[in-house]
Ligand binder design. Structure first.
Ligand SMILES: [Fe+2]
Length: 379
């Protein structure tokens, strides 16, 4: 997630302070054409082990942003021995440039037995590519081809007895249903969010309505045969996406330096999609991993556990109580069991004891202070 104006818009204090134009027109592809490889596919069921040793372990990580050299170095420093039998789920925003994406995924593939991936918004930026003529959909195709070459998995699969399902998604503004902050002038989305300039979409697709979100969601339809097989085969399933499936998985607007953030983070169809997999009421073995907002999160909502474990930007890691150097990637599953809750986890900890107040537009003190300083600075 990058906001254009100032990095501090995205920043959140360490701990809650209360107690409680498209440059090129391209033909619109049929959704899923690039995602589906082949016609009739059989569900891949991979053994979890390479012989004797501990059981299957699954690690999760999002928002690697390895265009930052510190983050690329963090990936390089991951052990080349420790994860040889493990699975890693990468929930998007690996890198802005194709070369950094390929390098990062190669490094991860050298370290983990299986790596799964779904694309994030930064992965589909086109502005810094050597060939700037291609669009975000063409870049998606290039990234998926690279994954195939590297052995990175982008389709649903079973490992051991665990179902793993990557879900494609994109955000839409109408995802945000909570009261807007109107007490000060909030920069417009196209000023705040680089996606509006760095991604190139066909005219028919836009963030402003639900067309992009629907387009990405429709690509998942091509995997429904595999997904149905997984639902029949596996009691434990992890789904994962880059974007946010529910607004309750982001702090309220009054807490955010950029209060309109919820308009550029999530997708309603994503939540519908994952509920169609885990069941409307979820279960004790239903888990969804997401990324994008860079807020660590671990909470159960309506029977499904939602987890975010972002590497995030170097400056964000420095402010985080649990850093990001030691606990990431986060082990979500080991020896047939889901892991204990990620802790500490500021905002999901906060909302586990404080009710959400979606109609409350009174700014949190740190947000009020930030905007009054900006006002003073501008007068
Ligand atoms: Fe993102």
């Amino acid at each position: 997630m990058v906001l254009r104006l100032a990095s501090s818009y995205m920043s959140i204090p360490q701990t809650p302070r209360t107690s409680t134009s498209l440059s090129q027109r391209v033909p619109l592809r049929k959704p899923g054409k690039m995602w589906k490889r082949g016609c009739t596919r059989r569900l891949d069921i991979l053994p979890s082990l390479n012989g004797d040793g501990p059981g299957l372990r699954v690690f999760v990580l999002s928002d690697l942003h390895t265009d930052y050299s510190e983050n690329m170095m963090w990936v390089e420093c991951l052990s080349t021995a420790k994860h040889k039998r493990d699975v890693l789920l990468v929930a998007g925003d690996v890198a802005e440039t194709y070369n950094n994406f390929v390098l990062t995924m190669s490094l991860l593939k050298e370290r983990f037995k299986h790596v799964f991936y779904v694309p994030g918004n930064h992965d589909l930026w086109c502005r810094r590519e050597s060939d700037v003529s291609f669009s975000s959909l063409e870049k998606l195709e290039k990234l998926l081809d690279a994954c195939k070459r590297l052995g990175v998995k982008t389709d649903p699969m079973v490992i051991g007895s665990l179902g793993i399902i990557p879900l494609l998604s994109w955000y839409h503004e109408s995802f945000d249903r909570e009261e807007d902050i109107t007490s000060f002038r909030i920069p417009p989305l196209e000023m705040a969010c680089k996606d509006y300039h760095a991604c190139k979409w066909p005219e028919e697709l836009s963030n402003r309505d639900t067309s992009l979100a629907s387009y990405f969601d429709a690509m998942n339809e091509n995997n429904m045969d595999l997904i149905e097989d997984i639902k029949k085969t596996c009691e434990q399933i992890i789904t994962f996406s880059h974007f946010v499936p529910r607004q309750e998985l982001c702090p309220e607007k009054r807490m955010l330096f950029y209060p309109n953030l919820p308009k550029i983070i999530g997708s309603d169809s994503l939540e519908v999609r994952l509920r169609s997999i885990h069941g409307a009421e979820g279960s004790g073995s239903a888990c969804h991993v997401f990324g994008h907002t860079h807020f660590c999160w671990d909470a159960v909502l309506d029977g499904i556990r939602y987890v975010q474990a972002p590497l995030a930007y170097p400056r964000e890691r420095k402010r985080r109580m649990n850093g990001g150097e030691n606990w990431l990637p986060f082990c979500i599953y080991s020896d047939g069991e889901f892991a204990e809750r990620l802790s500490p986890c500021y905002w999901s900890d906060y909302y586990s004891v404080n009710p959400r107040q979606p109609r409350n537009t009174e700014l949190a003190p740190w947000v009020a202070r930030f905007y009054s300083q900006r006002k003073d600075h501008n007068t």
